[in-house]
Design a protein around this ligand. Sequence first.
Ligand SMILES: [Zn+2]
Length: 431
Amino acid sequence: MRRSLLTLCLTVLAANAWAEAVLINDVRIFNGVDAKLSRGNVLVVDGVIEAISNDAITAPEGATVIAGNNRILTPGFIDLHVHLSMHTPRGSGGEHATAVGARTVAAAKFFLDHGFTTIRDAGGTHPDLARAYNSGQLYGPRVFPSGAIVSQTAGHGDWRNRYDPHPTHTGTSPYLASDNSILADGVDATLVAVRENLKNGATQIKIMGGGGVMSDFDPIHSLQPSPAEIRAAVQAAGDWGTYVLAHAYTSEAVTRLVENGVKCIEHGLLIDEKTAKLVKANDVAISTQLVIFRSLIGIPDLPDLQKRKARQVRAGQENLIRLIKKYDITTGFSTDFIFGQYQGLPREFTERANFWSNAEVLHQATAESAEIIRMSGKLNRHGDFGEIRVGWVADLLLHNGEVLDDLSVLADPEANLALIMKGGEIIKAKL
Ligand SMILES: [Zn+2]
């Protein structure tokens, strides 16, 4: 009895004495879903959107009051396919982990400064680093880490040089030195790899599910891994209440992945109509990227093999977008920038505007991406975000520009982002 009274006192004290309130007045709201803007005022208390009203909201005592001055308020942006830690171009000989860490910090800053309050890391970033961002020790977006990518030997995650020894056959470690990927062949090894990622704190699992561009040994058409190995990964992830995302391009690869329980396909550029229908029927998402394939082809030192593969998959891009639109497949917003190319991030918005309306692109970068991230279930410890809704996490951006008319304003956040709020915390206010 006494203890519950004490708990109650502390709760009341917490609500009154430490409540942090921010009232943003007079904004036009893009809530993440509706194309039409609504006028209103938004109250944030302790990191959560407490009220949205067209009528005046009385500011709680001590609240920070922001004059929106009729500017547009949107949810914070989300990128579903980031590799925060992949910065070393192939053939450059690699870099010491401390240098990689420093580059990761610069990349994370770039994302948050451009209004990205959440990213899903699609492999390579250790969950320890995600913890440092999520606890506020490092400056950057909220990170949902996938840990090391699970790949079969000779698959898209096998980034050894041709004569490097196999990591498990040497009897030393099942990991590649970089921790970007784990080579796992067979059901048991796959279970170990997935569970090791979950132990480290992965919130979803990434597998290489077919041939890829940046690896040397696997042609794009190759199928990876076996149905039993895919099911093992899906089972182990599902036991933790989360899901598997898989890299794949072709119809054959995507069909095998979907039929064996994968819920999010990464890229998917070469699928046909029949596969698109299967994807839709199974409520699977396709997170695809527009800019990266062209920018990879433009890297002067990229080996011919990789350039050839990049051209091969890019050829399917317009057809995939047609299929995503035709079958209303959930897609979200993702970029997959590697090797320091993330400066191209704003171009992903304007490139998409060639195929979708500006409001649809902003929906992809907010509510739709959040819908995909929510498949992490109870491993999402951050609450609901991605929409401006009462009770949801306050990830908010206040834009100086008319972002619904012109997505290119997002390329200059220094001038055009007046406010960045992540989880109720004011990251930037230049009002
Ligand atoms: Zn990737």
